[in-house]
Design a protein around this ligand. Structure first.
Ligand code: 3HC
Length: 492
């Protein structure tokens, strides 16, 4: 394949054009009119210009890349290309109409690919006269950066085509995984359940926008918080993917959160419209203003208080573990929710907060229904004293990090259990498609399968959400004493 076409020159389409042109292919980029083509040109100039500014691309190389690209509103220019990748909005009727047109315009040997995030590739393929030459070629945003390409095959796909597209992806410097045609494929199916759940936690007041983003970035080690990522993906796109996922899975966690719907209806669609959860230049910021109690004496309840005691002592506080003195100004209860059950057994329940150390950098500070706000604020300062970033949240199962991370890990196990994808492909998808430092199975291994299973049981007990119940395969792995999924095969 030497000449390719890309239809739709939004951020994703323009990124795909750049990827092809950087790999030395000639690209014809098409959009509906001159204005849309101009916007696409703008994306390309900005992205390649930034690479030159950062010293990642020589000015001559940039010129050569741009020279390989032809942008036009005329679909007829696609008549001789070997492959077309479609990247238009996620509306089935739009895609079906476009593919009917491409089928008519493109030479008979051309492969037609869709970059759909979640729509049925089979339905798109079936609407053409060449269904065996239609595949999914799913890139990740920002396309020039993220290394994953999901190659989606259908029951109609010709033998050998997936391998050809996978080879092409390798030529583009990407890592392909080949998957079947299920809503959300691998990465979006896992990612959107998590992002939508973050919207629900925010909507239900379990924690704040910036707190949740900081918790997931600093506490779970993800490259972006969920709301920053939703702004990058586009809230309308995320909404549509959730709709399609819910339609297929009937899992309530995929039903688009009311908050997402409200923002989309309000036109706040994320970076593409300048504002989504955040305004364009805004970043997550934890402001901790307001009154705080003065703290001299700190009590610590729960296991392994030594490190905290040492740090607080060194900072000049009178810190006590075990028998909490009556005069403790703040009590840090390291215990699972409901923390309030521990609080009511202490002399001053209003002075008690839950504390959960998430990863190496975050301390989640949970206010119970009895905690005084001035105490919670002072507790967050204590978390800073012990060298962590404090995240404020409510006294709910899993606080923030585990409430978001553990169901995602469980979903990954279910995906393998259903035979849809292998452990290795799922890990690759999340690392290379979403920039996660580890795939879910490496993460499971690090956290401990039993710990994750127990956390899920607690989440299920509180929320009664069926998909929070530990996946049967996870239960079996724990029962078998398996610590690493590395040596296992699916569906054992
Ligand atoms: N276009 C081109 N290049 C970009 C870019 C863009 N929009 N944004 C960032 N980059 C490049 C930068 O130029 C830089 O390159 P360099 O190292 O060669 O100089 C590199 O990416 C890192 O950028 P920054 O230093 O500015 O920023 P970060 O280190 O914070 O990384 C990020 C930015 C790569 C976006 C990182 O935060 C990340 O991996 N985030 C997760 C993104 C993600 O999950 N994407 C998938 C979303 S789901 C999806 O797309 C599927 C769809 O169907 C919905």
């Amino acid at each position: 394949m030497e000449t390719v076409g890309v239809v739709g020159l939004g951020i994703m389409g323009a990124g795909i054009v750049e990827v092809f042109a950087r790999a030395g292919l000639r690209v014809v980029g098409v959009d509906v009119d001159e204005a849309a083509v101009g916007r696409g040109r703008g994306h390309l100039e900005l992205s390649t210009g930034r690479a030159v500014d950062r010293g990642r691309l020589a000015a001559e190389e940039r010129a050569a890349i741009l020279d390989r690209i032809t942008l036009t509103p005329d679909r007829g220019a696609l008549a001789d290309v070997d492959l077309v990748v479609e990247a238009v909005p996620e509306v089935m009727e739009l895609k079906r109409a476009l593919f009917a047109d491409l089928d008519r315009i493109c030479k008979p040997s051309a492969v037609l690919a869709t970059n759909t995030s979640s729509l049925s590739v089979t339905t798109i393929a079936a609407g053409t006269s060449r269904p065996s030459q239609v595949v999914g070629m799913h890139f990740f945003n920002p396309a020039p950066v993220m290394k994953l390409v999901e190659v989606v095959t259908t029951v109609l796909t010709a033998d050998g085509l997936a391998a050809r597209i996978a080879d092409l992806a390798v030529r583009l410097g990407k890592t392909p995984i080949t998957v079947g045609d299920r809503a959300g494929f691998v990465a979006n199916r896992l990612l959107l359940g998590y992002l939508n759940h973050a919207c629900r936690l925010l909507g239900e007041g379990v924690s704040g926008r910036d707190d949740i983003d900081v918790a997931m970035r600093e506490g779970a080690g993800l490259p972006m918080g969920p709301f920053q990522l939703l702004d990058l993906i586009g809230l309308d796109t995320a909404y549509e993917i959730c709709e399609v996922l819910f339609h297929e899975t009937k899992d309530r966690r995929h039903a688009p959160s009311p908050l997402l719907r409200e923002l989309v209806a309000a036109g706040r669609r994320g970076r593409k419209t300048g504002e989504g959860f955040y305004a364009r230049t805004e970043t997550p910021t934890l402001l901790d203003e307001g009154p705080k109690v003065a703290v001299t004496s700190v009590g610590i309840v729960g296991p392994h208080p030594e490190h905290l005691l040492e740090r607080l002592d060194a900072a000049g506080f009178k810190a006590t573990a075990g028998d909490i003195p009556d005069d403790a100004d703040v009590v840090l209860a390291i215990c699972p929710p409901p923390v309030v059950e521990a609080a009511v057994r202490l002399p001053h329940p209003d002075r008690v907060v839950g504390l959960h150390l998430a990863g190496d950098r975050v301390g989640e500070v949970a206010s119970t229904v009895l905690t005084a706000p001035e105490v919670a604020a002072a507790a967050r300062d204590l978390v800073r004293v012990v060298g962590r970033v404090p995240v404020a949240c409510a006294d709910r199962a899993g606080f923030v990090v585990d409430a978001l991370l553990l169901p995602y890990l469980n979903d990954a196990v279910r995906m393998v259990e259903s035979g849809y994808a292998s452990f290795a492909d799922v890990d690759t998808a999340m690392k290379l498609g979403c920039g996660y430092p580890q795939g879910p199975f490496k993460m499971l291994e690090r956290l401990g399968l039993e710990t994750v299973r127990d956390g899920l049981r607690a989440l299920y007990a509180e929320y009664r959400e069926p998909s929070f119940a530990p996946a049967p395969l996870l239960e079996r792995l724990v029962a078998a004493g398996v610590r690493s999924t590395g040596d296992l095969t699916p569906n054992r």
